[in-house]
Design a protein around this ligand. Structure first.
Ligand code: PHE
Length: 352
């Protein structure tokens, strides 16, 4: 599962150009070894088709690691709807319905949920043509609703586990946490952190995001860029990926990075850069599995909310195992987490 820039070791990249909008629909199926490929659908504008393909492939591979590390019987996949600049609401419903039809054509080789740029309301539309391969519809349509609060719960459990490791206790009282992004995951995460007595600094490009949170005690807003350099115990990237690279890592002033964004490391070598600076990196695909695990568990495996909560809480224990393995083997935390994922994949019988 090396993220080598040259070759992608996935199973298939399905492409469909939507004639009516010009959007490029991409379904990247990285591995169905542990179960049907499942991952979010990302909707955004890319500078080129190739960048959209690259994003889909990388994110699909991250899903393989995510499910395997969480020990959940699903495979890695991701969809990207690369829309032209200025893509408006008028064209949205049609595109989502045609995308749903594509999911039905794939007859279950890929199932989806929300991701950056899509919501449970969008899942309702996709499900009109794409059911039953659509998770996280609104409760009104029989779905489990948004995955963001579940993801936030998993990130919180991961921060507690890191706290135990760094400070010798799980309590976050008085600890400083910087949250980059106050959206569907960052928002509920900030609330949990405040409830636990942490001091929170957050940033978000949208002035609306997080506005309500500013009424609470112990919270402060800075620019999204300033998040990176804020002095903190924990930096939690909860926006887009690629935030940790050769330029940003030297500027960090935190003891640990524990956040929800997918693909936080711009390059695999960044794991080593973080280690060299003595910053504990909690691998993104371990930390951010909560939403996918809870929603898919509830909808596909019939889990109760209590069962989902226990599964998401277990992210803390998984992370503790990863940190111990990294210590024992003298490897980066990212390498240790990939090793655990690879062992699960190797142990599984191929499904086809
Ligand atoms: N956005 C989720 C993730 O990256 C994907 C997901 C959500 C998958 C809900 C299934 C159900 O993990």
């Amino acid at each position: 599962m090396s993220a080598a820039a040259s070759g992608w070791n996935g199973e298939a990249l399905v492409e469909r150009r939507d004639g009516q909008t010009g959007a490029l629909m991409l379904v990247a199926i990285h591995s169905s070894r542990l179960g049907p490929a499942t991952g979010g659908t990302r909707l955004r504008t890319y500078a080129s088709d190739d960048l959209a393909r690259q994003d889909a492939r990388r994110l699909a591979e991250a899903m393989t690691c995510k499910w395997a590390a969480a020990d959940f019987p699903r495979g890695g996949g991701k969809a990207v709807l690369a829309v032209p600049a200025g893509f408006g609401d008028a064209a949205r419903t049609g595109l989502l319905r045609r995308y749903g039809a594509l999911l039905r054509e794939l007859s279950g080789r890929f199932a989806t949920g929300p991701d950056v740029g899509t919501s449970p309301a969008d899942m309702d539309v996709i499900a009109e043509t794409g059911a039953p391969y659509v998770f996280s519809r609104t409760p009104a349509r029989g779905g489990a609703g948004g995955s963001g609060p579940w993801t936030a719960l998993g990130v919180f459990a991961a921060i507690e586990a890191v706290g135990e490791r760094l400070f010798g206790g799980r309590s976050l009282r008085g600890r400083r946490v910087t949250v980059q992004g106050a959206g569907s995951v960052g928002g509920p995460l900030i609330e949990r952190l405040l409830e636990a007595g942490a001091r929170v600094v957050f940033g978000d490009p949208s002035p609306e995001a997080g506005r309500r949170l500013l009424e609470r005690r112990g919270v402060e807003r800075v620019s999204p860029e300033a998040c990176l350099e804020a002095e903190a115990d924990v930096f939690a990237p909860c926006a887009l990926g690629g935030v940790l690279d050769a330029v940003t890592i030297p500027r960090l002033r935190c003891r640990a990075v524990v956040g929800a964004a997918n693909d936080q490391l711009a390059d695999p070598a960044d794991a080593e850069r973080l280690r060299a600076r003595g910053i504990l990196y909690a691998p993104d695909f371990v930390v951010n599995a909560g939403g996918a695990v809870a929603v898919t568990g509830i909808e596909a495996l019939g889990w109760t909310p209590a069962r989902a909560e226990a599964a998401v809480g277990a992210i803390g224990e998984t992370l503790t195992r990863v940190l111990a393995l990294a210590d024992r083997e003298g490897v980066t935390t990212d390498a240790a987490a990939r090793r655990i994922a690879e062992e699960r994949l190797a142990a599984a019988q191929p499904r086809r």
